[in-house]
Design a protein around this ligand. Structure first.
Ligand code: FES
Length: 103
């Protein structure tokens, strides 16, 4: 579910997991480290809540042989006006590589 396009009224009575909760898992920590540390994806930050689809990133991070087209398909629908798509691809590949190394 895309937080950036979902009205709050849809979440009434439902459990909401934010990007911060990703730090509770090894995959989530790898994605966060790549996203915000090694690759520095965010520019202005406007799109970031929409770019961080937890399930998609976890699935993507578990597969180190992802092609750019796979990542683009998984992350489609989120527009980044700063054009950080190359950094997004690099961060997902970085996270996948860290997970493959057992980091
Ligand atoms: Fe600025 Fe994506 S980081 S819109």
């Amino acid at each position: 579910m895309r937080a950036c396009t979902t009205p709050v009224s849809v979440a009434v009575g439902k459990r909401v997991t934010t990007i911060e909760a990703m730090s509770g898992t090894r995959t989530g920590r790898a994605v966060q480290a790549a996203w915000d540390g090694r690759t520095t994806v965010p520019q202005c930050g406007y799109c970031q809540s929409g770019q961080n689809h937890e399930r998609l990133l976890r699935a993507a991070a578990a597969n180190s042989s992802l092609a750019d087209t796979d990542i683009d398909a998984a992350m489609s629908g989120n527009i980044c006006r700063c054009g950080t798509y190359n950094q997004i691809r690099a961060a997902i590949k970085d996270a996948a590589g860290q997970l493959q190394k057992g980091a």
